[in-house]
Design a protein around this ligand. Structure first.
Ligand code: NAG
Ligand code: NAG
Ligand code: NAG
Ligand code: NAG
Length: 693
């Protein structure tokens, strides 16, 4: 590696960042007069304390439980100190290479931006800039190492372009890409088949004592079945601040389908009841029943939420314009533009070495493609609801670790402000979607054959999100029986119903669960995870690995799962046999897509009851549900906790989530990476959360 120290540097300068491996691209020196966009990421204060602050407002043993912060408080908590900004700015000005008006200081205080000729930047940072040409013909600028004065180095996170290359500057040639890719690697979490009609099927023995509308729940789940399973009462409140949010992208609901569902299965709701739609960066809904975008995801989310929380209202955040949402732009990130729209400070926020959205991963606006959103990206345009359910996901490995960390950090900030963000945990057991990551089964592999390494889910791995797995009843069971982990042999159902093969052919459908490769177990679940890993269960015979800091040793020594990861899901709810309408036709739906809105509805109902007695929302709910004993409890808290049954969830102990050629994990007593802590026991959850401050 060439030493690129410029000659004018004094001994007070130190190497701030240095590349350890060289870039594989062709490169040449940048023309010295070329203007390059320099971004100086300032060191954020308190980034490392975010988790503790979140626990402080979310753990029932903490005296500050429920004392959520305002948006402004969160921003100033994590903004670099004013001192940091001044020191770095003064250094730039004193260099005599830059004028005050050249410096742009972004709204969230995270970074300083200066466009300057390459030769000045080279002097300032004691470096040599190169342009790299990637395989796609993109030009990116970077250097091998750069310097900062010692007293500045401690205030700066990183400089771009630096050892990380700049965003692509211009393309040599505009590549024509086919626009018929159906999906950017982001998958709704469900599958639907014709309703089941078992030949000669009879209500299970013992169902005789149940009302007629509960006799069929083992094969056809309705809102009445769900309410009976979890003891959820008829809803009656409708305070606007508790309106429930649903994240949707590409897929869009059809009001005709929703109305048919309400007419048939939720007669207490006027059949013309519709969600409010918020269009984020050009997203549109609803669509006609026969539209390609009516794939059922939005329909089922809305059907479940409305039928469980009406007269409370629903807000659909329909995210991204059609070219981006449909995968035409090949962008695999799907949450950042949404987060930008509900928190303007996130748009240009710097953390984990990344500032703002990531080109190539996130969609960008204005979008010149036909049908694209022609305005600038929406930043801080909308309010986020107290509860948000996301029934979309992909595999964690599709996205770089720092990207996921930065985004997860934003979800932490939303938790600090009292929002509950829920996500479905995936539908293929320990694997991703079939075909994902170039593998037939959606597994990971060291070589090219069918992968055997488990492929954890995103965004379930983020420890600040509530990941929801799915459960089911077997046909011979009733709502009085304990549920099992959701696992379905779709091929067998196809035979039973005469339905054609699904596309892609899915034989195997099981609730998603496992251990993240990017995040460690957060303190609130550390005890549960370590307890699970000691159990004598079949998964113990699987080889495993221990992930390193950069997550570069996945599958090391033949291991199939990471034993040092955050475990998911956290909780679960029914995700099988849901009967509803798609394109005006009755269908049975399966998937964790059903479970997330059910759990989100339960949290919404609890927030409503808390509002009624003057209490705030439950916010980030995991620490309260795991109720780890991190904080010493005072006598009052002890009395409170012992008065209440320790479990406010129905523990699910039967079933597993196999895939990738092995047995996966097994459900067991207590938390497990199959069904989490279990399904809602609404009366117990309500008593518990009403008793918290
Ligand atoms: C919706 O149903 C109509 C009538 O059965 C059919 O022609 C159309 O292809 C369907 N649309 C989709 C997207 O399946
Ligand atoms: C588009 O996506 C495919 C599949 O994920 C990937 O192989 C390809 O490299 C991407 N193309 C570009 C130009 O990013
Ligand atoms: C991968 O698995 C499929 C079925 O699961 C099988 O048909 C195929 O032969 C396998 N491929 C390899 C390379 O083992
Ligand atoms: C437990 O799960 C298995 C599938 O893993 C299923 O066959 C069985 O019926 C379930 N038992 C009960 C009691 O639900």
């Amino acid at each position: 590696m060439s030493l690129a120290v410029a000659l004018s540097l004094s001994t007070s300068h130190i190497v701030h960042e240095k590349r350890s491996v060289s870039h594989p691209h062709k490169r040449r020196r940048v023309n010295s007069d070329a203007i390059i966009p320099v971004r100086i990421g300032l060191r954020q204060s308190n980034l490392h304390t975010g988790y503790d602050r979140l626990i402080e407002v979310s753990h029932p043993g903490s005296v500050n439980y429920g004392k959520h912060l305002s948006r402004e408080e969160v921003h100033s908590l994590f903004a670099p100190a004013d001192e940091t900004i001044e020191i770095v700015k003064n250094w730039l000005l004193r260099s005599n290479l830059i004028q005050e008006h050249d410096i742009t200081h972004y709204e969230n205080k995270g970074w300083l931006a200066v466009d300057m000729p390459a030769k000045r930047a080279e002097t300032l940072f004691g470096t040599k800039y190169y342009e790299h040409e990637t395989k796609n013909g993109e030009l990116r600028i970077g250097c091998d190492q750069y310097h900062l004065p010692r007293h500045i180095s401690e205030h700066v996170d990183f400089v771009k372009p630096g050892v990380k290359l700049s965003a692509p500057l211009k393309k040599r040639e505009i590549e024509k890409r086919s626009s018929d890719r159906s999906s950017p690697g982001v998958f709704p979490r469900h599958l639907n088949i014709k309703p089941l009609h078992y030949p000669g099927w009879r209500p299970p023995f013992g169902a005789g004592g149940l009302p007629l509308d509960l006799q069929n729940c083992g094969v056809n789940i309705t809102p009445t079945c769900i309410k009976a399973l979890y003891d959820i009462p008829a809803a009656c409140h409708h305070e606007p601040k508790n309106s429930m949010g649903l994240f949707e992208t590409f897929d869009a609901f059809s009001q005709e389908d929703v109305s048919l569902f309400l007419e048939k299965f939720a007669k207490h709701v006027p059949s013309n009841t519709a969600p409010k739609v918020i269009s984020v960066d050009g997203g549109t809904a609803p669509v006609e029943p026969g539209d390609d975008r009516n794939g059922g995801e939005s329909n089922i989310d809305i059907d479940l939420a409305i039928s469980l929380i009406y007269p409370q209202s629903i807000i659909v955040y329909q995210v991204d314009d059609l070219p981006i949402a449909s995968g035409q732009t090949n962008t695999s990130g799907f949450i950042n533009t949404f987060l930008d729209s509900i928190d303007g400070s996130y748009c240009d926020y710097t953390a984990f070495g990344i500032t703002g959205d990531s080109p190539g991963i996130d969609g960008s606006y204005p979008n010149p493609l036909p049908g694209g959103f022609i305005d600038s990206r929406q930043c801080g345009t909308y309010e986020l609801t107290r509860v948000l359910s996301i029934s979309y996901g992909e595999t964690e490995i599709e996205l770089p670790k720092p990207y996921v960390e930065r985004q997860c950090n934003e979800i932490m900030k939303l938790g600090l402000q009292g929002h509950t963000i829920l996500t479905s945990s995936g539908d293929f057991g320990v694997a991703g979607f079939p075909g994902e990551d170039g593998d037939e089964r959606g597994c990971l592999s060291a070589g090219r054959s069918n992968g055997t390494i488990y492929n954890p889910d995103y965004p379930s791995g983020c420890p600040y999100i509530t990941s929801v797995g799915a459960t089911r009843l077997y046909p011979h069971q009733t709502v009085k029986d304990p549920e099992s982990a959701m696992q379905v042999d779709i091929a067998a159902f196809n035979l039973a119903t005469g339905d054609g093969p699904t596309d892609p052919a899915l034989q195997f459908f099981a609730t998603g669960g496992g251990f993240s490769n990017y995040f460690c177990p957060p303190s609130y679940q550390a005890q549960e995870v370590s307890c699970y890993l000691k159990k004598e269960l079949p998964f113990q015979s699987l080889p495993y690995y221990e992930i390193n800091a950069d997550a570069t040793n996945i599958g090391q020594n033949g291991g199939v799962y990471n034993r040092l990861g955050r475990g998911y899901p956290d909780v679960s709810a029914n995700g099988a046999f849901f009967l509803t309408f798609l394109n005006l036709t009755e269908r049975n739906f399966f998937g964790t897509s059903l479970a997330a809105p059910i759990f989100g509805s339960v949290v919404t109902l609890i927030n409503e009851e808390r509002s009624l007695i003057g209490k705030g929302p439950v916010g980030f709910i995991n620490p309260a549900l795991y109720r780890s004993k991190k904080y010493p409890l005072n006598t009052y808290e002890m009395a409170l906790l012992t008065r209440i049954d320790p479990s406010v969830l129905n523990d699910i102990t039967n079933g597993s989530n196999p895939n990738c050629g092995s047995q996966g994990f097994q459900a067991s007593k207590g938390w497990d990476p199959v069904t989490g802590l279990g399904t809602p026991n609404y009366p117990k959850m309500l008593t518990y959360f009403l008793s918290l401050p």
